[in-house]
Ligand binder design. Structure first.
Ligand SMILES: [Zn+2]
Length: 384
């Protein structure tokens, strides 16, 4: 018998979302991925997650061997788009601005960014906090030279956190924890690498605000605000502030290492979460049907070139004529051998239907903005 286990609390009391396995997936570095994923909910710790079995681990290994983050925008980090104005600003810059405006850090200290990549957060952070020393950690040493050339010698660690022989005042986990198949153990490790009252800066996707997160094949855990706060609390961290505005599809917060964690966070019920996830799976299934029906009639365009666009490319490639994007780094590139235009471009027929694969409220805002360019928008169904 195939016993499923929660990779956070190790309970075997699991609810399986069987309908999920008929949906195609996509990787976090924006490449189409096969269907057949297993999505589950732990009835003990109420966390939505992928089944961490051999198939899943094999998928993860394949994805990371070819991993190429930001390959679509020529190495520039993902933009936190303001959906109303289209004005974009680097994700890490928004986070650093929030830290500064709310006076959330001391004037100096030593910071470690776990999952630092080529150093986007290190760059934004060190220009805002010049008195701080910064270091980065990665699973391999691809970016060692880039980081060590910019910062002090020995500013780059890789392999295992065990190899780090010092403590930090701040540790950052920006879009990293959802990739880790043992998040509780990792947080215990991080706790031991922080000085007393050291702080943990953390950002994860919030699937309740963005159902497409569930489709990301290499996201082991799908957090909500409640489940993240509860996990942090269980591992000795007390949340002290949360970024609530621009990046609405994420949970971004700062927590403090504490030995006196008295406040128990509110708990969510399994029933409530099961209902939300089932509605999101239904909604994603409806989008696949909507897209399929449209493709039977005519070719169409897709707004966006990130997660949702690459997901559609995985099963509707032959019916997609082109993509539209407002990010200057993406215009005049290609995605799946199809051109990427700006909505104002005259190189495409503006009567062609354009799919907006976004959560309904976001899609409505984009459609409003695209009226300016006379785009024939096809809105997604509502999440019922
Ligand atoms: Zn659990």
């Amino acid at each position: 018998m195939n016993i499923k286990t929660c990779h956070l609390c190790h309970a075997n009391d699991i609810y399986v979302f069987y309908n999920f396995s008929s949906l195609y997936q996509v990787t976090s570095d924006c490449k189409p991925w096969h269907l057949g994923g297993e999505l589950i909910l732990c009835n003990q710790c109420h966390t939505v997650q992928k089944t961490s079995n051999e198939n899943f681990q094999a998928d993860i290994n394949t994805i990371y061997q070819k991993y190429d983050i930001y390959h679509q925008s020529k190495g520039n980090e993902q933009r936190g788009f303001d959906q109303l104005t289209g004005v974009s600003s680097g994700r890490t810059q928004l986070i650093v601005k929030w830290l500064l405006n709310n006076d959330l850090l001391a004037d100096s200290g030593h910071m470690l960014d776990i999952g630092c990549g080529s150093g986007n957060l290190l760059d934004s952070f060190s220009s805002a906090y010049p008195q701080w020393q910064v270091s980065g950690f990665e699973i391999n040493d691809k970016h060692r030279i880039t980081i060590e050339n910019k910062y002090q010698k020995n500013s780059f660690y890789c392999g295992s956190l065990d190899t780090i022989d010092r403590k930090f005042n701040l540790i950052a986990l920006i879009h990293t924890l959802e990739h880790i198949s043992s998040p509780s153990e990792t947080l215990t490790h991080i706790y031991s690498k922080l000085v007393n009252n050291g702080r943990l800066l953390i950002a994860v996707p919030n699937f309740t605000k963005n159902p497409f997160d569930l489709l990301i094949a290499d996201h082991c855990t799908h957090f909500t605000q409640d489940t993240l706060v509860k996990l942090l609390h269980k591992n000795g961290f007390m949340v002290i502030n949360q970024l609530k505005e621009e990046l609405t599809k994420e949970v971004i917060l700062i927590a403090e290492k504490t030995s006196n964690n008295n406040v128990t966070p509110k708990t969510v019920t399994s029933e409530a979460l099961t209902g939300i996830v089932n509605k999101q799976i239904d909604w994603l299934t409806k989008i696949t049907k909507q897209t399929h029906l449209l493709g039977k009639k005519e070719k169409f365009g897709v707004f966006g070139t990130a997660i949702a666009a690459n997901w559609l490319l995985g099963f509707e490639s032959e019916h997609i004529a082109f993509f539209l994007d407002e990010d200057p780094n993406r215009i005049n590139t290609q995605l799946g051998n199809k051109p990427v235009y700006h909505p104002s471009d005259h190189a495409f027929d503006h009567s062609i239907p354009i799919l907006l694969p976004f959560p309904p409220s976001v899609a409505k805002e984009i459609a409003q903005r695209l009226k300016l360019h006379h785009i024939n928008c096809v809105l997604p169904p509502d999440i019922l």
